[in-house]
Design a protein around this ligand. Structure first.
Ligand code: 5GP
Ligand code: ZN
Length: 119
């Protein structure tokens, strides 16, 4: 699988380590790192190493990559010790949903009570 990097993408630069991040989990095609501005005791971002703009583009990749990202997210939750008590996995998709970085990322949030609806 070819991994396409986008020059002006913040998260592509985290993949290539041009920008430092605290990486907590890595597979051949995914990487997970702590959010710079954590909203919960556990707040980790899980991304495919290749550049896909959002969850829709990742879903359309059609090569098992979305499955790998989902499995990585769960592995992070287990590793962080929040899998049993429960955690939230969020993919903000598009500006109206609050997406600000356009390299798909799943937020793994845990370690505190979560509320619904999120607002
Ligand atoms: P979004 O709003 O796009 O769903 O989430 C983007 C997330 O990326 C935010 O939670 C923000 O704190 C995080 N973030 C933005 N820039 C950086 C960065 O340079 N490093 C890390 N680790 N997280 C970042
Ligand atoms: Zn990117």
């Amino acid at each position: 699988t070819t991994i396409r990097a986008v020059t002006d993408c913040l998260f592509c630069k985290i993949v290539t380590k041009e920008i430092p991040a605290t990486i907590v989990h890595e597979t051949d095609r995914t990487v997970a790192f702590r959010d710079l501005n954590p909203q919960a005791p556990t707040h980790v971002l899980v991304i495919p190493k290749g550049h896909y703009e959002n969850a829709a583009a990742l879903a359309a990749a059609d090569d098992g990559l979305a499955d790998e990202v989902l499995k990585a997210a769960h592995a992070v939750a287990v590793q962080e010790g929040v899998a049993d008590e429960g955690y939230r996995l969020v993919f903000n998709t598009g500006p109206q949903a609050g997406q600000t970085v356009f390299h798909v990322h799943g937020h793994v949030l845990g370690g505190r009570a979560m509320h619904w609806p999120p607002g």
